[in-house]
Design a protein around this ligand. Structure first.
Ligand code: BDP
Length: 709
């Protein structure tokens, strides 16, 4: 038996040796590009295929980035960096374009296009090699990341046969970052753009940002908030954007800017920003020329006009097409694009959900060919669930972009675990039933934009799980056909653990989490019940805001007689904006999907539901199901304590505890409020809200994050 001192000496020795044995502390910074050492068999598997690398010389900055990433990845996963070779030996990664591909190897070059890649294991002169093949160095960078993904997710690297090309041409992040480094709807610290120190100081983090985006295939980033300041187009700020463009360029990421429509007045001293005024047109042309001298591959301008108080062409009696085409004309000689947002609503609209379609559909066919109209996934505003926007089926002659929100403005900020893959999948696969140009939303769009959730927090997104939403957005923008569950598994395995039990549990948690937030916040098609301005927590009672369509009561219309917004032909008739099949289906509650019921119909509380329950009982059941779901997430996560590194495990567990409390708060406050307006008692066996309604109403959140500057 050991003595007390022997035991202590043993502990001390273990503590001393600890750093040599322990894995690096996991703080989330490395995202899904962790490349942590694999178990011995895995190391051998990777090393067998990646002893050396052969690539064209001299290597472009993009090719250098690809080779550096492969070296870094293999060194991390298998313990040794592959050697740079002049000729392939056994176990070599061969990065080839049509000019350098080995003779006699037949590759589908045409199908790969400008950005696609192929991975293929084959024998070359008796040696086992892996081809990473592409038409361009960018394709090689994407292919290198794909090979590393295969290595990290346990694929058989000796038998690779993959081919992939993006299905959507423009895959962009939209940063809602202000020039003072606050981030509108950002919950991950300050903006990662350290504007003040740019252009001279280039934070090393910008390179890691570029690597992460390139690993997903994202190829553009809008640096500043859609609620733009004119200053971002002045020379000093363009120089800052140019410095970022230089860092991002090797990774295939083009820089874009949000433009304030009235900039010619604010910066140019003109009396008007009227898009038909020759002086205004000349100002924008000169501005475009200036931008392109500084940033020759500048992507283009994103514009929010005549929406929520932003200036726009309507201020001069012109329409959105006039405004967009004027900017398009200025950018055209440089190959630049205009992304013109369709998120518009004004105080006098009788139904806010109908306004985007009403303003834009009549303009179909009038936009210049370098204009893309950017449409949010739903007609209100990034709610936990919205029916797809009717514009996706209504503008056959206009290129459209799908705008999704990665940051969780309405879904619990960064503290709630809500994996958005299922939401993205739902909208991408939604069948607009438009003819003849292809029916799903995915088939309809030429671009995808995701409102970024990235900030200066060490873990990038404010929570470990929120990085999965960045990941899913990028992967599904590259390939909208991906199943969100597969994307979750892929992410979990690279981010947390390769243990099958952990991967299964995490992917199950993620996949279920989106329906939970719908259940505990806005079940059955309810929407916009969130707290005023900051959008944190429940506030269905709010009825005193300056504009009707800012008030939750406007959206749910609950009273003695029932609940829901009537958008059927008897109500606002917004259903008529959908293609005829959908319009007919959505006109009647009986044929409206239950998940959208109260979005389109105002129904009595005793309306019969598919379950056999009344609408009221069903609503309560959804709230309860949502809360119980979060309880299950906590239990599942607790069960993974031994599989996940201590720090990240504890951080996620703490967030889940907050989420459970807040889910309960949502449930209790909403049930208390709906009871107060309906006069109904709770169904048998249902637990009453913990506090009286007045207690929930009294809560204030004056300094909630994300309001922007
Ligand atoms: C809403 C946000 C607001 C944005 C606006 C937009 O609350 O901060 O400026 O959308 O997309 O979701 O323009």
């Amino acid at each position: 038996m050991k003595t007390w001192t022997q035991a202590l000496a043993g502990l001390l020795l273990a503590a001393l040796l600890q750093p040599a044995w322990s894995a690096p502390v996991e703080d989330g910074y490395d995202l899904w590009l962790r490349y942590r050492a694999l178990p011995a068999a895995g190391q051998a598997r990777v090393m067998a295929q990646a002893r050396g690398i052969v690539h064209a010389q001299p290597a472009s900055p993009t090719l250098q980035a690809a080779v550096a990433e492969l070296k870094r990845g293999v060194a991390g996963l298998a313990g040794r960096e592959p050697a740079a070779l002049a000729r392939p030996a056994d176990g070599t990664l061969l990065l080839v374009t049509p000019a350098s591909a080995p003779a006699g190897v037949d590759l589908p070059w045409e199908a790969l296009g400008r950005e696609g890649y192929a991975l293929r294991s084959l024998r070359l002169d008796g040696r086992a090699v892996t081809l990473i093949a592409a038409n361009t160095d960018m394709g090689l960078l994407y292919g290198s990341f794909a090979w590393l993904r295969a290595a990290q997710t346990g694929a058989d690297l000796s038998r690779l046969e993959q081919r992939s090309a993006p299905r959507v041409g423009l895959r962009l992040l939209n940063h809602w970052d202000n020039l003072d480094r606050t981030v509108e709807r950002g919950y991950a610290g300050a903006s990662i753009w350290d504007w003040w120190k740019l252009p001279d100081i280039r934070d090393a983090r910008y390179v890691d940002y570029a690597r992460a985006n390139a690993s997903l295939g994202l190829n553009g980033t809008v640096l500043n908030n859609v609620n733009a300041k004119a200053e971002s187009l002045t020379r000093p700020w363009l120089a800052k954007a140019a410095a970022l463009a230089e860092v991002l360029r090797p990774y295939g990421i083009k820089v874009w800017l949000s433009a304030r429509f009235s900039a010619p007045v604010e910066l140019g001293g003109l009396k008007t920003a009227d898009p038909l005024d020759p002086a205004v047109r000349a100002w924008w042309k000169a501005k475009a020329d200036e931008i392109y001298t500084l940033i020759p591959d500048f992507g283009g301008l994103l514009v929010k006009a005549n929406s929520e108080g932003q200036p726009g062409p309507q201020d001069y009696g012109r329409d959105h097409a006039d405004g967009a085409n004027m900017l398009a004309e200025a950018l055209k000689p440089h190959g630049g694009l205009v992304m013109w947002r369709a998120f518009v609503y004004s105080p006098d609209a009788s139904d806010r959900a109908a306004q985007g379609h009403a303003e834009f559909q009549p303009l179909d066919g009038r936009f210049a060919d370098n204009v893309i109209v950017q449409v949010k996934n739903g007609a209100i505003d990034f709610q936990p669930r919205e029916p797809f926007h009717p514009l996706f089926g209504a503008m056959p002659r206009t290129p459209l972009a799908l705008e999704l929100q990665i940051t969780k403005e309405y879904l619990g900020f960064s503290t709630h675990l809500v994996y958005l893959g299922p939401l993205f999948e739902e909208v991408l696969r939604a069948d607009t039933r438009a003819k003849p140009e292809g029916a799903t939303v995915a088939a309809r769009v030429v671009a995808m934009a995701g409102v970024a959730n990235i900030g200066s927090d060490r873990n990038w997104c404010g929570s470990h799980f929120d990085c999965a939403n960045w990941y899913a957005f990028g992967r599904m923008a590259w390939d909208p056909g991906l199943a969100s569950g597969d994307v979750a598994r892929e992410w979990a395995r690279q981010t947390f653990s390769s243990a099958p039990r952990a991967v299964d549990t995490i992917a199950t948690m993620m996949t279920a989490s989106r329906e939970m937030v719908v259940d505990y916040m806005t079940p059955l098609g309810l929407h916009h019940l969130m707290g005023t301005g900051h959008h944190h927590g429940p506030a269905p009672w709010v009825d005193n805001l300056e504009r009707a369509d800012w008030n939750p009561v406007y959206f749910h219309r609950a009273g003695r007689d029932g609940i829901g917004f009537d958008r059927s032909p008897r109500g606002s008739n917004a259903v008529a904006q959908y293609t005829p099949d959908w319009a007919a289906r959505l006109a009647r509650p009986q044929t409206t999907p239950e998940a959208w019921l109260l979005w389109f119909h105002h129904l009595p509380w005793d309306h019969g539901m598919a379950s056999g329950r009344t609408l009221w009982a069903e609503l309560v059941a959804h709230y309860d199901r949502g809360v119980a779901g979060v309880g299950a997430l906590r239990a599942q996560w607790a069960g993974l304590r031994g599989d996940i590194d201590a720090r990240r495990h504890a951080e996620v567990a703490a967030y889940l505890a907050v989420q459970e409390q807040e889910a309960l708060w949502w449930r209790d406050a909403c049930i208390a409020y709906f009871q107060s307006v309906s006069g109904l008692s709770l169904p048998a066996g249902v637990r009453p809200p913990a506090q009286p309604l007045e207690a929930y109403k009294a809560l204030r959140f004056n300094f909630a994050p994300g309001r922007g500057g």
